[in-house]
Design a protein around this ligand. Structure first.
Ligand SMILES: [Cu+2]
Length: 311
């Protein structure tokens, strides 16, 4: 630059100054042009042709989503280094790609309920339920989490996430075989429905506004917790809600993920009998389970409620 001849009324120093300013501006431009500023996917990447697509989500009236019957525009696959066994921790690599084969990475998803990717996991008897949050790896579209199954059998993983491109909930599913002693589905189906459950000194109640719960009719549910011997219930928010309910059918054809109407976390529910309102619509008759997830005095608690849905 210093070899440039002084010209057009600029001194060498001025020319140097101009070129430095230009170079800095160019560097700033290139920096902002090429740093990853967001998602590279657009809504077309999440479009599925034909009816039955997974694209119905009305947060005011949550539906049971038939994930298997609907065609998801996202393909999920699960990988482990060795065959998963009951009681052993295994790293599971989750791969998420669009129908067009584009990886779905961390910048492509919105944070919903404190996390970008939720996995709802059940064994074939629905007696085990886990809710985990895989973390993105350095490879785009690959996520990882530590999985310790408590039972054997073909576990089903439902992914719940919201692409930045569409800002609507999307779902995908995949199975993973676990070696070990299986639960007994016959026993589960034969059990009588219960809207109360006792666990760890607490009584949990899920009360439908009307019984029986009928297919295709929205039902209001009241979920409450009481200490069996009385006293304050140390209920704390978990993932930005005082409770999360997840419903599965016995065929594991899909799920519903419900959140309380009471969304303002600063308004604490009743101290001795916190009660939260939910709403659900289930499209088909049959046996279902709702797993409630709450946090009591710092530890997460999962409670199942089995019930039948009438035609
Ligand atoms: Cu939730």
């Amino acid at each position: 630059m210093s070899q440039l001849p002084p010209s057009a009324g600029f001194s060498t120093a001025q020319l140097r100054q101009i070129s430095v300013i230009t170079a800095v501006a160019l560097a700033v431009f290139l920096f902002f042009r090429f740093i990853p500023t967001g998602t590279n996917l657009n809504h077309m990447d999440f479009r599925v042709s034909g009816k039955n697509s997974v694209d119905f989500c009305d947060p005011a009236n949550p539906q049971f989503i038939p994930v298997l019957a609907a065609r998801s525009p996202v393909k999920m696959t699960l990988k482990t280094e060795d065959a998963p066994r009951t009681g052993e921790p295994h790293w599971v690599t989750v791969s998420l790609v669009t129908a067009g084969g584009k990886p779905i990475a961390t910048e492509d998803l919105l944070v919903m309920h404190a996390k970008k990717l939720h996995l709802l996991i059940t064994d074939p008897t629905l007696t085990e339920y886990q809710h985990v949050h895989p973390e993105p790896t350095r490879r785009p579209g690959e996520w990882r989490f530590l999985f310790t199954p408590r039972l054997g059998g073909r576990y089903r993983f439902f992914a719940d996430f919201t692409p930045v491109a569409t800002a609507r909930s999307l779902y995908a599913n995949a199975d993973l075989m676990v070696e070990g002693v299986r639960g007994n589905l016959g026993q589960v189906e034969g059990e009588s429905p219960a809207w109360t459950a006792e666990q760890g000194g607490y009584r949990f109640t899920l009360a439908p506004a009307a019984l029986p719960v009928r297919a295709r009719q929205a039902v209001d549910l009241k979920f409450s917790v009481k200490k069996i011997d009385g006293g304050v219930v140390p209920l704390e928010p978990v993932m930005e809600a005082y409770a999360h309910l997840v419903a599965f059918d016995v065929k594991r054809s899909g799920f519903a993920h419900l959140h309380p109407m009471e969304m303002d976390l600063s308004r604490r529910p009743d101290a001795t009998q916190p009660t939260l309102a939910f709403k659900i619509t289930i499209p088909e008759a049959g046996r279902y389970v709702i797993w409630a997830q709450v946090k009591l005095a710092g530890s997460e608690v999962f409670v199942p409620f089995w019930f039948d849905v009438a035609p």
